[in-house]
Design a protein around this ligand. Sequence first.
Ligand code: FES
Length: 121
Amino acid sequence: MPVIASALNLSDADIHGVITFYHDFKQEKPGKNTIQICRAEACQAMGSRQLEIHAKAKLGLDWHETTADRNFTLEPVYCLGNCACAPSVKINDTILADMTGEKLDQQIEALSLPSIEVKEL
Ligand code: FES
C-alpha cells in the first residue's frame, strides 16, 4: 500500500480505504480456485441462499476465506449476467448454471484432484 500511495501521491489511508471497500482488491493471494456464488435477486429466488450454506459447510469457509490447503477461496458475487439459469456460480473463469449442492460438490471434488479443469456438468 505505501508504494501505491506514494506513486499516486495519496495517503496510505486513502489506499487502504479503496482496497478494503472493493473485494476484488486482495490483500492476500486467493486460493488456486475461486468459487463465486451469486447472491443477487434472481439467484436468491432460485435457491442460492441454500447453495451458499451448502458451500460454506462443504468447504468450512465463510465469505472471502481460503481453505488451509490454499485450493479454494469462496466469494460472493452480485449477478453474473446469467439470471435466466439461476442459481449461478462462477468457478475461476467458468460460469455454471442451474447449480445445485450436488453439482457444486462434484466441481469441488474434481478440482481437488490434480490437473482437472472446470467443465459444465
Ligand atoms: S442474479 Fe444471479 S446471475 Fe443474475
